[in-house]
Ligand binder design. Sequence first.
Ligand SMILES: Nc1ncnc2c1ncn2[C@@H]1O[C@H](COP(=O)(O)OP(=O)(O)O)[C@@H](O)[C@H]1O
Ligand SMILES: [Mg+2]
Length: 475
Amino acid sequence: MHLTKRFFTMNALAVLVSIGLTFLAVIIFVAAYTKVFGREAGIKEFQKVFEVRAAISEIKREALTFKFEQLLDHNYQQKLFDRVNALDASAIILINREVLFATHNFNKIDIEKSLMLSGDSSHRDEIELEGKTYMFTRADYKLPSGDMGILLLLVPIKVKTSFYVLLGIFTVSFFTVVFLLMNFWISYKFSRGIILPISRLKDAAIKIREGDLSCEISEEGEGEIQELSRTLELMRIKLKESVYLQQKFDDNRKFLVSSISHDLKTPVTSIKGYIEGIIDGVAKTPEKLEEYLETARSKAILVNAMIDDLLLYSKLDLNQLPYHFEKSDLTSYFEDCVADHKYECEKANLSLELINELKEPVKVLIDRERLKRVIQNILDNAVMYAGKTNGKIAILLRETRTSAIIEIRDNGNGIPENKLPFIFDRFYQVDPSRKSGSGLGLAIAKQIIEGQEGKIWAKSVVGEGTRIMISLKKF
Ligand SMILES: Nc1ncnc2c1ncn2[C@@H]1O[C@H](COP(=O)(O)OP(=O)(O)O)[C@@H](O)[C@H]1O
Ligand SMILES: [Mg+2]
C-alpha cells in the first residue's frame, strides 16, 4: 500500500476505533452507574432531559415577550397548563411569594425553597423537593408597583445534571486516552515499517559512499520504502558492475601495453635486424637478400597476426563485440568448414575429415563468423603441433540430449597432463621458446564459445594426440 494511503487509513482507523471504544465505554459506564445508584438512566432519560430543557427554555423565552398581566390571562394559563402537562412539568405564577396560579399542588415550604434557590444565581438549575430532583427555570418581571412577578417552571428529572458532567468528563478523558494509545501504536508500527528500514538504508548508503559495494541491501519495509530499497540495490549492483568493468578496462590496458612490449618486441627487433642487414650490405648475394626479405616479411605477418589476436581478445574480454546469432544446421556448417580448411591441411601434409555421428539434423544458435574463428584457431594448432607428416585431423559431430558436441581430434604431439589445465589461459604456451603464435588462440576460442553459452575443454595424451571438445546448446 502506498504510504500516504496507509498513513490516512491508519489515522482514520485510530479515530474510528477510539470513537467506537469510547461509545462502548460510555454504555458500560451508564449501565454501571444505573446499577450502583439504582437510577433509571437509560438513553431515553438522557434524551428527555435535553428535550425538556429546550422546551421549558422556549416557554420562558416566550413568556418574557409578554407583560406580567398577560400571564394572568385565563387563556394563557390554560395553554400553559397544557404545554407544561405534556412535558410532565409544573408551572407556578407568583407575585412576590404569593401564588397566583399553579398547575400542580406544591406545599408552601417547597415553593419557598424553590424561590430561594432559583433566585441564587450561583446555584445550578436543579433542586431537590420531597426527595425528588427537579430542573427549573424562572422568568422575573419587575412590576410598576415595585413588586416582583415570577413565572417558575419545574420539571422532575431522574438523573442529576452532575451525572452529565461526570459522563462528559469520562467520555472526553476516555477518548483522549484511547486516541493517544492508538497514536502511540501507529507511531510504533510506522517506526518499525518505515523508520527502521530507512535508517538501515541510510547505513547502506553511507557504506556505498565510502566505496564498500559488497553489502547487499535487502528489500525491507513496505510500499515506497520497499521500492526505494530495490532501487538502491539495483544502483549498488550497477555501480559494482561499472567499478568491475572499469577495473577490467584498466587491467586490459595494462595487459595490452605489457604484452605489446614483451611479445611484439622480439619479432619487431628481428625485422629491424634483417632490414639493417640489408641496408648495411650484409646480404650480398641476391639469394641472401631474398632470404632476408622473406624472413622480415614472415616476421611482419606474425606481428600482424599477433596484433589482430590481441585486439580481438581484448574486445571480447570487454564484451565490446556484439554477437550475431543465427539458427544453423550443424552438419552443413561443418561440411563447409572442412571444405574451407581442406587445402590448407593438405598443404601441410595432413588429412582432414568430417565424421558425422548425428542421427538426425541438429540445429544450433551460433554466430557463424565467430565460430569460424574458433575452428580456425583449433585447426591452426592441430597443424602447428602435428609433429609429423601424414598426420590426421578429424572433426566429429555428436549429440547428447540437450547439446551438440563438436570434437576436433589430431594425432599430433599432445599436451602434458600438468599443462593441460592452462592451455585456455591468455598467453599460455606449453613451449614458449617455439614462438609459434601469440598464445591467445585458445583463449580467444574460449571467450567466443562462452559468449555463445557453450563450453570448451581439452583431452590429450602426449605422443598420441589432442582432442578439443566444444559443446553447444541444441536449438
Ligand atoms: N593440438 C594441439 N597439440 C598440441 N599442443 C597444443 C594443441 N593445441 C594447443 N596446444 C598447446 O596449447 C598452447 C596454447 O595454444 P594457443 O592458445 O593456440 O597458443 P599458440 O598456438 O599461439 O601457442 C600452445 O602453445 C600449445 O602448446
Ligand atoms: Mg594457436
